[in-house]
Design a protein around this ligand. Structure first.
Ligand code: FAD
Length: 327
């Protein structure tokens, strides 16, 4: 048994970057073990996403949806995957690290009584009895090697570390699977969700992020300048915890250890120092640009391009230059 199953929550109209990275993990894990990988799409959009997922090089794309999977609850999703796995044999069951999988994968591990590694960065080796992963610990300052010794194991992978698989020459087979009639979630039911809407790209999906720190001095001063730069570039906005704690931007914008982990093509850090907790959420960005008045600011240690300048001069100048070039 050397195969890998990648579980994808099918709730949106398109597969996200994280979903594609999870497929990349599946493909990598399967080749490390000499097996194949399959995808399970779980949720209301499972059928409509199946043809896209079938182009990702998996052997089979399974789809499962039901009324109880319409809205996410950890209990229903864990029970659905548990039921799906009954009588089927995959060496690894994997998903991208997300707020949902942080919640339901440990439940699933408990239901199946199998070991689990979370937020994995790399598959070191895998055979039918033992799988070895690298994962980051202590805010990314140390790398731990984790060995799981069991015929089946669960894993969540950090999406920013895995490239999507190469496009497949042949589409995968697609199988619709019936959801179990009752997905246990005693005493808990989904009531509603309030989602913020924005014209800017989602932080996790954006190719460019303009991230703002305390140096912007807030909503009345530097943040509007950075928003203008973000809009000129078609970028998402991010923030440090200092900005969120000051109430200048909402929680969902926070990047870092206790915020989101991102790895865009370009990360523009403005008026932020580059604390260890902030770096934990963005240090894997492909190109990092930093604007800061302090040449000793730690953000310059990870920046590919650094500008020692006052953001109140540099940001409008940069925006104007970009506008001249048409974005
Ligand atoms: C358990 C824990 C978890 C945490 N999690 C997170 C997290 O997830 N994300 C996070 O971001 N932080 C997190 N923090 C907080 C973190 O330690 C820092 O306090 C925070 O990142 C600092 O934010 P900042 O860089 O905006 O502010 P500062 O560190 O105050 O930096 C402001 C920067 O702006 C520069 N500046 C000032 N004026 C200008 C100007 N005119 N032009 C250009 N530059 C200027 C300054 O030189 C300075 O470098 C966490 C802390 C703890 C203890």
């Amino acid at each position: 048994m050397t195969d890998t199953l990648v579980v994808i929550q099918a709730a949106a109209a398109e597969l996200s970057k994280s979903d594609l990275s999870a497929a990349g993990f599946g493909s990598q894990a399967a080749s490390a073990a000499g097996g194949a990988y399959d995808i399970l799409l779980l949720g209301p959009m499972a059928s409509s996403l199946s043809s896209t997922a079938a182009g990702l090089g998996a052997r089979t794309v399974f789809t499962m949806s039901s009324g109880e999977l319409e809205a996410y609850t950890a209990e229903a999703y864990a029970s659905a995957v548990e039921a799906f796995l009954e009588g089927r044999s995959w060496r690894l069951v994997a998903a991208a690290t997300s707020s949902s999988t942080k919640e339901y994968f440990p439940r699933l591990a408990a239901l199946l009584d199998v070991p689990m590694a979370s937020d994995v960065l790399k598959v070191e080796s895998s055979d039918s009895q033992r799988v070895v992963f690298t994962r980051a610990v202590f805010v990314g300052n140390l790398l731990a090697t984790v060995e799981l010794e069991a015929p089946r194991a669960l894993v969540t992978c950090r999406a920013s570390e895995f490239e999507p698989p190469a496009a497949a020459a042949e589409p995968s087979a697609i199988h619709e699977v019936e959801a179990p009639s009752e997905l246990a979630h005693p005493g808990k039911s989904f009531v509603g969700i309030e989602a913020a809407s924005s014209d800017r790209p989602d932080l996790k999906e954006a190719d460019i992020i303009v991230s703002v720190g305390r140096g912007t001095r807030g909503l009345e001063e530097g943040i509007p300048l950075c928003e203008k730069l973000a809009d000129t570039l078609g970028a998402a906005l991010g923030a440090t915890r200092a900005v969120v704690d000051a109430g200048w931007m909402a929680n969902e914008f926070q990047i870092g250890q206790t915020g989101k982990i991102v790895a865009p093509e370009v990360y523009i850090a403005i008026g932020l120092s580059g604390s260890i907790q902030h770096l934990a959420g963005m240090r894997n960005s492909k190109t990092i640009v930093a604007i800061n008045t302090d040449p000793e600011a730690p953000i310059f240690d990870v920046a590919d391009f650094g500008l020692v300048a006052d953001l109140f001069d540099a940001v409008p100048e940069l925006t104007a230059a970009l506008e001249k070039r048409g974005g």
